[in-house]
Each structure stands twice: as C-alpha cells, then as structure tokens.
Design a protein around this ligand. Sequence first.
Ligand code: ARG
Length: 462
Amino acid sequence: MKLWGGRFKKGTSDLVNDFNSSIRVDSRMYKEDIEGSLAHVKMLGKQGIIPKASSDKIESGLNEILTRMENGVIEIDSSSEDIHSFVEGTLTYYIGPCGKKLHTGRSRNDQVTLDLRMYLKKAQKDIISDILSLQEVIFNKSKENISTIMPGYTHMQKAQPITLAHHLLAYGEMLKRDIGRLQDCYKRTDEMPLGSGALATSTYPIDRIAVAKDLGFSKITLNSLDSVSDRDYVIETLSALSMIMMHLSRFSEEIILWCTNEFSFIELDDAYSTGSSIMPQKKNPDVAELIRGKTGRVYGDLMTLLTVMKGIPLAYNKDMQEDKECLFDALDTITLSLKTFTGMLKTMKVNKDTMRKGAAGGFTNATDLADYLVKKGEAFRTAHGIVGEIVLHCIKENKAIEDLSIEKLKEFSPIFEEDVYKAIDLFTCVEERKVIGGPSSQSVNIQLDALKKFIEETKGGL
Ligand code: ARG
C-alpha cells in the first residue's frame, strides 16, 4: 500500500517504484517499527489525540501482526515502498479504516530514525558481547602462555624477547578501547527522536517523554530538524566498527605470518583452515585473510555514509535512506568476523618451542647485555657501542652472544663477569621487566587481572 498518492494524477513508473523502495534493506527493522508504533499509538490514546477505543484496536492489531510475522504467517511484501508502509498497510488490511489513525502526529522521517536507533542500540550491545567473548579467549590463551617466550619485533626485525601472553594482551587492551567507543556511541544513539514529525514536530499534544520511557530510551532529542536529519550516531558507530576491524586485521596479519612455514609459531585448527584445489599440501589461513580483506569493506561503509551526508541541507532528504545498507553491511561483517576470529584463536595450537627458538635468534638479548654493563657503572651510550661491536663479532663468527666465552667478552669490556650469562638468559630478560605494562609474569598478571575485571564489569553492565 502506498502512503501517499492523493495529489498525484498518475502512478509512479515501475522503475521509480523499484528505485525508491528500501524494503529489501529496512525489512529487518520490522520488530522495531512495530514496537515504535505500539508506543506511539498508546501515547495517542492516552493523550486523547485519538479515541482510546481506536488506540486499543490498533494496539491489538499491531501485536497480532508482530506475532504473525515472527511465526512466518505474514511475509513481507517486497513490492512495498518500505517497512513503515508495509506495517501500516498490513494494519489497515487487518483492522480496517481505524488503522489509518496510526500515523497521526508522526512522519516516516522521525519514524525511520527511531527504528534505526532502536535496532542499533541492540546491535551495539550484541557486538560488545561478541568482543567480550573474544577477550575471554585472549584471557585464557594468555594465562596458558605466561611463560611462552617469543621474539618481540619492531620494523619486523627481532627486537627483544617477550611472551605470547604479553603479545596477546596487547589486543586485549585494544578491544577494551573498542568497547569503550561503542559504549560512548550507545549514549548518543539512546536519544528518542519520535515527535519531531517531518521536520517541525506537530500541533498535537503528544507526550514524547512517555514514548521514550515506554521504549527504554534514556532521553529525547531536543531539536526536531536535527532529530530527523542526524545520522551522526550511525557514522560514529561505523567509525568504531572500522577501528575494531583494523584491530582484527592486524591480529589476522600476525596469525597469517605466524602460521607460515618460515615462522611456524602456531598451527590453526583444521576447522578454521581451508585447502587448495590444486596443491594437496596446502592449509591456508583463509579466515584471517578474509577478515583482513573485509576490513576494507567496513571502511568503505564508513566512507559511504560520510560522503552521503556531507552535502545534505536540513532536514530529511531521501539520500539518507542509503544509511541502512552500509550500516547493516558493517554490522553483519563485524559480527561474523568477531565470531570466526574468536573460534580460530580459541582452537589455534601454539608451538612453544619454535617461538622460544625464534626468540633465541637475532640477538634479542643485546639490550640486556648493554643494561648489564650500565648496572655495573658504564654509561648507556658507551655500553650500546660495546655491545654493537660484540654483535658484529658474533655475526662474523655466526654465534649468539651467550656462545662467547667470558675471556672473549672481557676483550670488549673488562666489566664482564660470569654473572653475565644469567643476565642475558631469555628468561631473565623477560622476568626482569617488572615494570607495569611489561612482559614479566608479575606485570602480565596485573594485565590479566585488569582484563578479567573489565570483562566482568562490562558483562554486568550489558
Ligand atoms: N524509507 C525512508 C528511509 O529509509 C524513510 C521514509 C522517508 N521518506 C519520505 N519520503 N519522507 O529513509
């Protein structure tokens, strides 16, 4: 059913009907649309804007439609203009002319942003909950790997020894911030726009606060022009989602590297790997690669809406209908990415020995050798120079620092004594870094406790 047409002499072309329609995209908001209409019509009845008998009849009609849609008895008609037209049309078909009173004092312009806010509030919470599940896996994997030594890198060159727990918990921190951003977006999504009408509210004595309370919003929007044309809450959510994807993509890139033949730090479970149609030996990290790839797609969704919005004068313009497709695409992509990534991480096998061997190569204890000299009185810059010469010598001799005899070391500096070997043992290098934020078990336990507390508190607040 068309909601307009009175002022037209002939029908729109099929092409325009199709072009104009958003039902393929917005039908997923049918529940929010009906719930929003329920709150609206209850308020209309209570305020005496329509007779109580009419609002009761509409209410039971809407409830009936919702049940039938949930049971699959009513199917969405794909030729409708949008979900709002479909629900109103179905209502009138079910309960008769009384259904035509539903839209009193409202416009699709305030209705669509209400629906979207309701849909998004739930989606934001669902994503937070998916991130929490990933954080739980990070927590458990880190706990198992507090003493799994691995090389830490800068410039993709081996730098200093760390532990796998320390490395994984870096992502735990990123995801904490990601949740914080979503919680912040939630606050601004949680503002109720209905009553703004097409752009300038209405002359009916509507009660916007009652509708907000009924629908579980903590406040109402304050300017009707802004209310119907604001999509900041979608854009900032897309931005937060882009950041999450960026984090997952970096993590994916490391997983892809770690399971190469050259690294062999980890092995992905068969259930999270794929094969090649031609090369029988292959086991590919497609999940991680896809997440890396889909990150571009979510960035695209953000850019789409930023671009759509940039030239729109106040208030509502039809351009804004494009908001939902990119938002839903990003929500779907991130949800699948988070869930698959979590499963992949949970089931991945860690090759602890290979990681440790990796940390033993590349002079990752060179800084500790310099620090040894400093702790015995040498200036750091001088110590740095001495160790540089030692490394050069080792490269020439194809040896690790710890392979050199104490006599040889003394040729570079008389300060060296037998205790140097303990000081540059990888275990010492890691465990002595007790600074908060560092790789020692002591520091990592602080990070683990903080993550645990964060997970519990956030879960409690959902
Ligand atoms: N389907 C539209 C949207 O998603 C809502 C309808 C507003 N249309 C209008 N002609 N005022 O934005």
